[in-house]
Ligand binder design. Structure first.
Ligand SMILES: [Zn+2]
Length: 89
């Protein structure tokens, strides 16, 4: 779903998550609790707001947010899929 400043706020702050997978019975499985942020952490490189000071403050605030657990990430992905599906109907 494309970024929408009216829905998503004035700044486009993004972070990549690492979800460790483990081998169980010869297959990769996700641990439902562990995640970690990929380096370099939250970034605002794709924000087009033009307000550098406000954008940097939003980036610092994002760095303080707790990352979602694996289970919470699954919920976020399910919600995004449902929203996407609704947009197409
Ligand atoms: Zn911004």
């Amino acid at each position: 779903m494309p970024y929408d400043p009216r829905r998503d706020g004035p700044h486009k702050i993004e972070v990549a998550l690492l979800v460790p997978l483990k081998i169980r019975h010869g297959r990769w499985v996700a641990d439902g609790t562990e995640t970690d942020q990929a380096e370099p952490g939250p970034v605002n490189v794709n924000c087009t707001c033009g307000d550098k000071a406000s954008c940097e403050a939003a980036l610092r605030a994002a760095d303080e947010l707790e990352l979602p657990s694996g289970r919470a990430l699954a919920d976020l992905l399910a919600a995004a899929a449902a929203e996407e599906e609704q947009a197409w109907s």
